[in-house]
Ligand binder design. Sequence first.
Ligand code: CP3
Length: 334
Amino acid sequence: MAFNDLLLKALHKEKTERPPVWLMRQAGRYMPEYMEVRKKVTFLELCKTPELACEVTLQPIDILGADAAILFSDILIPIEPVGIDLNFNPAPVIANPVRTQDDINKLRKLNPESDVPFVYKTIDLLVKKLNVPLIGFSGAPFTLACYMTEGAGSKSFIEIRKMMLNSPALFHSLMSKLTEDTIKYLQAQVSHGCAAVQMFDTWAGILPPAEYKEMVFPYVKEISENISAPFIYFAKDGSVYFDTIKELNCAGIGVDWKTTLIEADKKLDSKFTLQGNMDPAVLFSNKETVEKTAKDIIEQGKQCAGHIFNLGHGIMPQTPVENVKHLINTVKGL
Ligand code: CP3
């Protein structure tokens, strides 16, 4: 079968007959085939076993027909080898949160190829098998720092907020370290064959816009300018920052469902291919609602600089698989 390069065309803003479609968290617990593999190993073991990580990466391509694969891993994987005691339960738990300069000084620099060889082995296996583009990914420094300082998931991530307000130098030293590691981590994914990369900034949206602009955005920009493949930046709840984010010179911007694509395109000066933005909760409705919502988003996408169909955030566990299939078929015109 010919290589499906729709995603790459869309990222290069070439006209496509329909938008490419993939879904954030497309491999995961809503799929029985994922659960079958996951029964045998812990989540961390799954991420660290290339044959299994490869198998679950392929599931949404083979079973659902997505137009792109995303490496199966987690944003926190590259922080473990630099000195973070990480577990998943299933949410992340960190036994040694980073709160002081001494904690930061103890963190090693990441050597991607030797610290997380399984990531690159998984990519090597995948690029041999796939006939769709492989998307690599990382967390953004701020989102990684949220987990590293808090030690767990949170609604408010007060530890990073305290650090930003009371010890900005400490915050910047952590952000600089993570920025340096992230560039190396992502660039090595590209060297191994990832055709594009996405950086997830899941918690960026908790900040006042001025703080985001001054303390977080410069690191995002630096990373985006040091990766030699199309780069997609996704900040959940990031639409309030679009007049800052539009200063990026990358290929794509992920858009959540709290804005419309048309409004996002306008605020971003029609500079980017937009990726999104169906509310993942819609997948808990019925086929008619899924189809109607998807078609509206596709119509809006036609009026933007470029469009990759996706959700506005990851698929949730318990999502009915038949609705996910129906969504992908709708976008593909099947
Ligand atoms: O998109 C994909 O299909 C690729 C795999 C992927 C996972 N995590 C697998 C995963 C990706 C791209 C991520 C990114 C990730 N991880 C983010 C950014 C995207 C987002 O959702 O905002 C964040 C914030 C994390 C941190 C993380 N990992 C959390 C908060 C959790 C627990 C929440 C949950 O879904 O249970 C995880 C665990 C995790 N990451 C699972 C999977 C499939 C569930 C683990 C399991 O199988 O038990």
